[in-house]
Design a protein around this ligand. Structure first.
Ligand code: G3H
Ligand code: 13P
Ligand code: ZN
Length: 312
């Protein structure tokens, strides 16, 4: 099987109420760690590359490494552009064999976001590629906003329906309280499932995407800090909340920060424990295993996609 789009996997996720992990990839070890975990769990998986990842590794390298992973692992894999900022980067990825792209027009006003998204959808669909769009704004705790301003950032369910109808996008990323990075909440972690429920009411057949959904796994932060990192007070979305989200109709859950923590923590540990080593394989291997373990835990214990690899 070659790379697939997310169409079939999302259909099944909505029917059977589980989520598919979308993991950010930047190099070979990350791709191997993720795909080996997904294969062990017989789960579909989405590998996503940001513009930064493409600048770092190259779209062609990323696609070919993902294709190599497909040869080893007999599971459905989609290759997705994460946070495409404009039409050109989406086109570059579509023309380079990606099976899915995100056009992130969330910084624009409603009409501009619609116009940009529709342009990408028209091109992508003509090439058999699917499109994720975003409506609403993901605030971080550094964005000190009052309650009224915070409410305005969440996705409006009625607007969401109009947005999907007018753009024809295949899936929609929503803002219900998550944010990117390792500092998501000051106090208790909380997502607005009431808004999610209203969005699902308006859009029962549209796959919903949650960005900024790393757990910021405390054990990984601890390993990083134990071996010299300085990441105090980091906090993410607990497993129970993500598990609930996957049962309430979220089809795609985006994870990058947890992989960064896994890789960094285990490289730091290896450096600290083996100061005389200078063979990169000796510290990249434990980092790759940590990524594999992290992804396997999410697929099996949180997202519920184990055993869902057959997508017909
Ligand atoms: O949502 C952002 C992802 O974590 C990708 O981050 O743009 O630094 O590659 P990046
Ligand atoms: P995290 O920073 O929570 O891992 O989110 C990643 C993401 O949303 C990528 O698009
Ligand atoms: Zn994101």
């Amino acid at each position: 099987m070659g790379l697939v789009t997310t169409k079939e996997m999302f259909k099944k996720s909505m029917e059977q109420k589980f989520a598919i992990g979308a993991f950010n990839v930047n190099n070979m070890e990350i791709i191997q760690g993720i795909t080996r975990a997904a294969a062990k769990q017989n789960s579909p998986v989405i590998l996503q590359a940001s513009s930064g990842a493409i600048k770092y590794a190259g779209a062609g390298y990323l696609r070919r490494m993902v294709e190599a992973a497909l040869e080893e692992n007999d599971i459905p894999i989609a290759l997705h552009l994460d946070h495409g900022a404009d039409f050109e980067i989406c086109k570059q990825c579509i023309d380079n064999g990606f099976t899915s792209v995100m056009i992130d027009g969330s910084k624009y006003d409603f009409e501009e976001n619609i116009a940009l998204t529709k342009r990408v959808v028209d091109y992508a669909h003509s090439k058999g590629v699917v499109v994720e769009a975003e409506l609403g704004k993901l605030a971080g705790i550094e964005d000190d906003v009052n309650v009224a301003a915070e409410d305005a950032m969440y996705t409006d369910p009625k607007q969401a329906k109009e947005f999907v109808q007018r753009t024809g996008c295949d899936s929609l990323a929503i803002a219900i309280g998550t944010s990117h990075g390792a500092y998501k909440f000051k106090g208790e972690a909380k997502l607005r499932f009431d808004i999610l429920a209203k969005i699902k009411e308006e859009l029962p057949n549209t796959p919903i995407v949650l960005h900024g959904a790393s757990t910021v796994i405390p054990e990984l932060v601890e390993i990083c800090n134990k071996y010299g990192a300085d990441i105090p007070g980091a906090k993410g979305v607990p497993d129970e909340i993500l598990n609930q989200a996957s049962k309430l109709g979220v089809s795609k859950i985006n994870v990058d920060t947890d992989l960064r923590l896994a890789m960094t923590g285990y490289i730091r540990k290896s450096f600290a424990e083996n100061p005389s080593n200078f063979d990169p394989r000796k510290y990249l291997e434990p980092a790759r295993t940590a990524i594999e373990d992290t992804v396997e835990h999410k697929i099996r214990d949180v997202f519920g996609s184990s055993g869902k690899a057959s997508i017909c």
